[in-house]
Design a protein around this ligand. Structure first.
Ligand code: CTP
Ligand code: CA
Length: 229
């Protein structure tokens, strides 16, 4: 099929994707992170690139190879992720699949924190709220991507909580991921998704992360196809 044919429904569109965890430094050798594997975000970047989009992937520390045909920007902290996302604009499509730490350590120690002498008190950490990358890009007055998509991992009332999150964050679509016991979870290879849009909720069957990515890319292609024809 030709580059502009069915095989490249997203040709001419630019996409920004976030993936993986963020690491928030405690001191030069320690951090607070999470168990995000990056599998879903990387699969989405791959699927969008295969559909013809020009993709920038902003990702935290992951053990995955860089997807073929994608510009990869590696960062560690949430604040670095926000700055890299802003630098990657303009984009037509933005998909926020990263597991961004909600908080960072308020005061990163400039030197390694030393163990106190025997009997000394354990250190305490205090936290500061991180920027919400999805909400901040979705709320841009100028240069907002036309289609802003977020994720929501929920364990109960999945569609209801996701619809509230969609409104709160100002994004267009939410991929609500049912992470209740027995469904897709961090590190696994499958997800159970409910797609929440302005028109309501679509329940997807349990799919591999690659299938979720391909279905999302096709759904995005339909969306832009409808708007331009
Ligand atoms: N997200 C983000 N920046 C943050 C926190 C979250 O961009 N600082 C994005 C995630 O990538 C995801 C969406 O927001 O696409 C929802 O993340 P989630 O953690 O489910 O939402 P929160 O608002 O942090 O709510 P909570 O953790 O309390 O459920
Ligand atoms: Ca969160």
């Amino acid at each position: 099929e030709s580059y502009f044919g069915k095989g490249a429904p997203l040709a001419g569109l630019r996409a920004l994707v976030t993936s993986g965890p963020t690491y928030e430094a405690i001191d030069p050798v320690r951090f607070i992170g999470n168990r995000s594997s990056g599998k879903q975000g990387h699969a989405i970047a791959t699927a969008l690139a295969r559909a013809g989009a020009a993709v920038t992937l902003v990702c935290g520390p992951v053990a995955l190879p860089d997807p073929a045909g994608v510009k990869v920007v590696r960062i560690e902290s949430a604040r670095e992720m926000l700055a890299a996302c802003e630098s990657a604009l303009p984009a037509d499509i933005a998909v926020f699949a990263a597991a961004v730490a909600d908080w960072r350590v308020a005061q990163e120690a400039p030197q390694k924190i030393k163990k106190p002498a025997e009997g000394g008190a354990a250190p305490t950490l205090s936290f500061a709220e991180n920027p919400d990358i999805l909400a901040s890009i979705a709320g841009l007055k100028q240069g907002r991507p036309a289609l802003v998509i977020g994720f929501a991992a929920e364990t109960e009332k999945v569609a209801e909580h996701a619809a509230a999150k969609r409104a709160r964050k100002g994004c267009d679509w939410i991929l609500a991921n049912d992470v209740s016991a027995g469904t897709g979870t961090f590190g696994g290879d499958a997800n159970t998704i409910h797609l929440v849009t302005e028109n309501g909720t679509e329940d997807w069957p349990r799919l591999t992360k690659q299938q979720v990515a391909e279905r999302l890319a096709a759904r995005i292609g339909d969306h832009f196809g409808k708007k331009t024809t």
